[in-house]
Design a protein around this ligand. Structure first.
Ligand code: PRX
Length: 680
């Protein structure tokens, strides 16, 4: 049994569990290796000869593996009776049915029983040097207070609460409070506009929103409450908005607003510090999180209780070689899946001290991350390549100023990390002694699926490669041309799919199971399709080659090009948005637009207008870097825009334009090329 403080517990794996394990295992005559020393969850697998064999078993015998891990790692009110009931062809995914538990109890109470004064959160506030610490006891109390407040205001089990807050302790307590009382949460990134927020509130049918008066980021005040006010105007479902104070500036309160009074320093609420946890089924909804697809509106991916928590906890422990007592510094915003899994749920389930980073990598100067590493004594640092590329440009002196000797592992997430950034991260930030783990995963996967050292802390690492599947993950490559043909050899590229389910995967798209099936399970029947392409090297390592659909990744933020086209659409006759390689952001947004006939407008004015529209309707990061005006777009005879051609033009790869014979009018390509050259 894993425990945070080395104490014994009443939650022991039953002899029934051990019998199941034994009956599933082939105990070979090979030399026995103590896998339990490496992975205590695997204590029942006595006959497994080493880590590689354990990893193999986690795939070939995934039911026994996950059953053992789930019994060991989570605290259950009632044990599960069925490990999994999944059918990928129907998008049916169920884990640990019959089991009952509460996620907040797993993240808080069990640590409070054993080590109440351990620091759970270090809030690295925007103002440098003003960090605040919260123990597990304090975080449990805050969570209970918010839980009681929500309950008192009628929030019930099964409701969905939208959280529009910066990364701060009260936001974490709000997420956990929802989990405590059985409500689902829907965290919306606080950089999203009022329209984007409203769309997500409406789709989630939230009647309750939690926000703060103002956010503070990079020294700037952000009017979050005002954004909520605008958003809820078009959300008839919203009955109440809880408002906490992040700054001292009062904001206008309306009849539906409820002040979270006395939340000074995000510690004190009037409510009781005891809140009875709801007993939840494994497959009850824990949260919705909206993300972009290649078509249509953002989709609310649904994650459930036990499987998600287990997967977040296990990956947090093994991908980063996290050990009891470490300070884990993931700098993601809680509005993204990385924040959910590796700021909140994974670390807290493991009893870790987790950092909440509220600022930016360059505020007040480009030494911010490393100053924080020194001050907070961070052991694992997990960030995005876009920030690494930005900091690299400012030079080594900003890193070298600070003591980084506490660092043990460096993580990268969200987009490919180019060799130069990887090398700098490893050599300068990690002094050449910290492994860099390039982790591949998605909102849909719940947690990390491919990473360099999931099972062996000493394994070889190849720069810029996610490399090896995590326990229980079975990636496959499928030929993108001949649908469904499995590519079995190495040194090959194809569509990255998963051949079997794992506990952390999303269960559905909120209110749209059909879209879930069509997007992830129909392209290659029998497999989960990730939307990404990958290369498998001679040695069998995976390297992500990028999206195969019209989703782009700007500064690690995922956005569908169709979403941007939809926004600019009313002002122009036609548009095509594509991603292009950007030296810092990874990808930038390039928009081709065709003006409406007879409209007399200066291009510069319209550009400004279109950029404003995108910021207002989606978020600033989605605004085009380039807007190219064109008379027409290259199309096939059936009228489909040839994005492949546009991409090649923007990448200045005219040699690679390929077969243009299906074009309706080849002259359109020449015009596009000339327009592009003029714009640069
Ligand atoms: O294209 C892949 C890219 O980010 C997408 C998932 O985005 P999102 O759901 O927002 O989650 C981001 C944080 C997990 C993937 O489909 N991606 C993620 N990690 C990597 C990556 N691309 C290359 N290398 C990675 N390590």
């Amino acid at each position: 049994m894993w425990l945070p403080c080395g104490c014994t517990s009443k939650y022991v794996a039953s002899s029934f569990a051990r019998r199941i394990l034994a009956s599933h295992l082939h105990v070979s005559g090979r030399s026995r290796c103590n896998v339990a020393a490496f992975m205590p969850e695997a204590a029942g697998f006595e006959g497994v000869s080493g880590r590689a064999a354990l990893r193999e078993l986690s795939v070939s015998n995934s039911e026994s593996f996950w059953a053992a891990v789930a019994r060991h790692r989570l605290s259950w009110s009632i044990p599960f009776h069925t490990v999994q009931d999944c059918d990928l062809s129907r998008g049916k995914i169920k884990w640990f049915e019959g089991g009952k538990l509460n996620v907040s109890v797993n993240c808080l109470d069990r640590h409070v029983h054993t080590c109440p004064e351990r620091v759970a959160l270090i809030w690295e506030r925007d103002e440098r040097g003003s960090e605040m610490k919260y123990t597990y006891r304090e975080l449990l109390e805050m969570t209970c207070r918010v839980g009681n407040l929500l309950r008192r205001h009628g929030v019930k089990r099964g409701d969905c609460v939208t959280i529009y807050m910066p990364t701060c302790p009260l936001a974490v307590a709000s997420m956990l409070a929802c989990a405590r009382i059985g409500a689902a949460h829907n965290v919306v990134f606080a950089g999203f506009s009022a329209d984007a927020l409203a769309e997500r509130i409406r789709d989630a049918q939230s009647s309750t929103v939690i926000t703060v008066n103002q956010g503070v980021r990079g020294g700037k005040v952000i009017e979050l409450k005002k954004t909520v006010d605008t958003a809820v105007e078009s959300c008839p479902t919203v009955k109440q908005v809880f408002v906490a104070m992040r700054t001292d500036n009062p904001v206008t309160m309306t009849a539906r607003d409820i002040a979270m009074e006395e939340v000074r320093e995000q510690k004190m609420l009037k409510e009781d510090v005891v809140c009875e946890p709801a007993v939840m089924n494994s497959e009850d909804v824990l949260f919705l999180l909206y993300t972009s697809g290649s078509t249509g509106k953002p989709k609310g991916l649904v994650h459930t209780q036990a499987g998600y928590l287990l997967y977040a906890a296990l990956t947090h422990r093994y991908v980063f070689s996290y050990h009891d007592g470490d300070v884990f510094g993931c700098v993601a915003d809680i509005g993204w899946i990385t924040g959910h899994s590796y700021v909140v749920y994974g670390p807290l389930a493991n009893g870790a001290t987790t950092v909440l980073f509220e600022s930016t990598p360059i505020y007040p100067d480009p030494g911010r991350y490393w100053d924080m590493v020194e001050r907070l004594k961070i052991n694992q640092f997990y960030g995005a390549p876009t920030a690494i590329r930005l900091l690299l440009k400012y030079g080594d002196q900003w890193v070298n100023k600070y003591d980084r000797s506490t660092l043990k592992t460096l993580g990268s997430v969200g987009e490919p990390i180019n060799t130069e950034a990887w090398e700098w991260y490893h050599r300068v930030v990690g002094d050449g002694r910290c492994p860099v783990v390039d982790t591949w995963w998605q909102t849909e996967t719940g947690g990390i699926c491919i990473a360099p050292r999931p099972s062996d802390p000493d394994a070889e690492i190849v720069p810029g490669m996610a490399m090896r599947p995590f326990f229980g993950i079975k990636p496959v490559l499928i030929d993108t041309e001949v649908s469904g043909e499995l590519l079995t050899s190495n040194n090959t590229s194809g569509a990255l799919c998963m051949a079997q389910p794992w506990p952390g995967m999303a269960r559905t798209i909120h209110n749209n199971h059909q879209r879930f099936i069509e997007t992830y399970f129909q392209p290659y029947p029998g497999y989960f399709f990730t939307g990404d392409g990958a290369y498998r090297s001679e040695e069998g390592y995976y390297q992500i080659t990028g999206r195969l659909d019209d989703v782009i990744n700007v500064s690690g933020h995922r956005i569908g090009t169709a979403e941007i086209e939809d926004v600019v659409c009313p002002a122009v006759a036609e548009s095509a948005v594509i991603g292009y390689t950007h030296s810092i952001k990874g990808q930038g947004v390039y928009a081709f637009v065709v003006l409406k006939k007879g409209i007399d407008v200066k291009e510069a004015d319209l550009s400004r207008q279109l950029n404003g529209m995108v910021s207002e309707k989606i978020a600033k990061y989605a605004s085009p870097d380039f807007i190219q005006f064109a008379q027409r777009l290259p199309k096939t005879r059936s009228g489909k825009i040839m994005r492949r051609v546009l991409r090649k033009v923007v990448e200045s790869d005219l040699e690679g334009l390929g077969d243009l014979s299906t074009l309706d009018d080849p002259a359109a390509v020449q015009e596009i090329i000339q327009g592009h050259e003029k714009l640069l």
